[in-house]
Design a protein around this ligand. Structure first.
Ligand code: GLN
Length: 481
């Protein structure tokens, strides 16, 4: 078996037993990248040379028995909206094409403390706005299972990189599904933790009340290992919280709800079948499974597309040609700003800024943004009620399998619909995970999503691991390793 297919714990054991060196794994990872990058374009930057020295240092730690972390020597790819000191952070935008970060994001600081090796920065939809990685100013990323198809988005580069084994795991960010949806499209595990458990310091903001960093991995345990390493309260992020986990049952006494509104029209039969397959297995193992209705989910996309653009219009106001990134001159400072923003931002980003500015403007605020906030509160209440009845909520991760590149680019509303199942967890701040469960007729993977109450991330991971073991997905795209 190829070593790049192995889960992190197993690799760590091989390192400890001196049967494999971190530097050997590292060079295998870059061989895989050399095989796949021209076809997939998962990365915007690859770091090989500068990290060979670090890989050798990792070799020495295992040689002398001083390696302490499970992530020591593990090659991890980072979405290019997360700052690593001394490297470019472009957010796949012309606006930041020459921006080099002067500091490390908190998650990067933590991974450095764990002696993780970074493999490179991965492609994304510009400023994480999109569901297909086609909104990148630097070219699209393709799905490692079939290059005619998109890898999902916005963390499509991270998912394609793990899928093609040009990294062992990757970090993504999830505002409305950008970790889970690409994970589902690429046959991987994607985990969005409880809002606030992972610091957003150093993640370039899209919609601050929804953004959350998390892992894209091959296994649930790999996600657990990375989550443990990157989570924790951070004084630099005012919305970060102490990661005081609550325990809920994951064994047979756990109660499971299937979300009624996410098993209706608009969801493909294939996606529903994956959910049914999982619930049948759970029932036959003695779990109680019932249908749960969360009626407000039908409004999730409308709520999200007011709140996310409103926050993005405020967050992206900082890109004004003065402080960061691109500057396009003009005769006055206003003209300079206008020229800079006209040239620096792509179409989707401009659409969101316009939408958000409109929703926040005097006279419309109460009618749009204010109403969306009320509906968001109602959604949180409906989830709280649902979790009085059940411990975990199951749904498809995505309404369909991956779609073809170009299929939805001319219809933004259709593109927005692909986030129907993932957005509710962001609006309610809940932990949610996508687990790969099956392969469609067109030989593309599909996943199932599980959600649980806030701060029950570890229980959610334990429960997901039970599903993972029962399903035995164990498949990978061919041709890259
Ligand atoms: N696809 C959604 C959007 O376009 C979610 C993106 C994300 O989670 N970053 O906003």
């Amino acid at each position: 078996m190829d070593i790049t297919n192995l889960p992190i714990r197993k690799i760590n054991t091989l390192f400890s037993k001196k049967e494999l060196k971190p530097s050997e794994l590292y060079s295998q990872i870059f061989d895989n990248a050399a095989n796949s990058e021209a076809s997939l374009h998962a990365h915007l930057t690859l770091f090989e040379d500068e990290n060979i020295k670090k890989a050798k240092e990792s070799d020495s730690r295992f040689d002398s028995g001083t390696a302490e972390s499970l992530l020591d020597g593990i090659p991890i790819a980072i979405k290019d909206n997360i700052n690593i000191k001394g490297y470019k952070t472009t957010c796949s935008s012309k606006m930041l094409s020459n921006y080099t970060s002067p500091y490390d994001a908190t998650v990067i600081k933590k991974l450095k403390e764990s002696q993780t090796l970074f493999t490179g920065k991965t492609n994304l939809d510009e400023f994480a706005m999109g569901s297909s990685t086609e909104n990148s100013a630097f070219g699209l990323t393709r799905n490692p299972w079939n290059t005619d198809f998109v890898p999902g988005g916005s963390s499509g580069g991270s998912a394609a990189s793990v899928g093609a084994r040009s990294s062992i795991a990757a970090l993504g960010s999830d505002t409305g599904g950008s970790i889970r949806q690409p994970a589902s499209f690429c046959g991987l595990v994607g985990f969005k933790p409880t809002y606030g458990t992972v610091s957003r310091y150093g993640l370039i903001a899209f919609a601050s009340s929804l953004d959350q960093i998390g892992p894209i991995t091959k296994t649930v345990d790999d996600s657990r290992i990375i989550f443990s390493a990157i989570s924790g309260d951070d004084p630099r992020d005012a919305t970060s919280i102490v990661n005081n986990q609550v325990d809920i049952p994951s064994g047979k006494s756990a109660k499971i709800g299937v979300i009624k509104e996410l098993m209706e029209d608009g969801i493909s039969d294939e996606a529903k079948n994956e959910v049914n397959k999982v619930t049948e297995i759970l029932k036959s193992n003695g779990y109680e499974v019932k249908e749960i209705s969360i009626p407000i989910i039908e409004l999730a996309i409308s709520i999200y597309y007011l709140i996310a653009p409103a926050e993005c219009s405020a967050n992206l106001a900082r890109f004004d040609g003065v402080r960061y990134g691109l500057r396009v001159d003009g005769n006055t400072s206003y003209e300079m700003m206008e020229n800079t923003r006209a040239e620096g931002f792509g179409k989707e980003v401009k659409r969101r800024i316009l939408l958000g500015t409109y929703a926040l403007s005097a006279g419309y605020y109460d009618e749009y943004y204010g109403k969306a906030l009320q509906a968001r509160k109602e959604m949180i209440d409906e989830f709280t009620k649902a979790f009085d009845e059940v411990d975990y909520l199951i749904s498809p991760t995505t309404p369909t399998q991956a779609f073809k590149a170009g299929e939805k680019t001319s219809n933004p509303l259709e593109m927005y619909m692909s986030d129907l199942c993932t957005i509710p967890a962001n609006l309610a701040g809940l932990p949610a995970i996508s687990i790969p469960t099956g392969i469609t007729n067109e030989n593309l993977p599909l996943g199932v999503q599980v959600m649980s109450r806030a701060l029950s991330d570890h229980s959610l991971l334990n429960f997901s691991e039970i599903i993972e073991k029962e399903i035995q997905f164990n498949q990978q795209p061919k041709g890259w390793v």
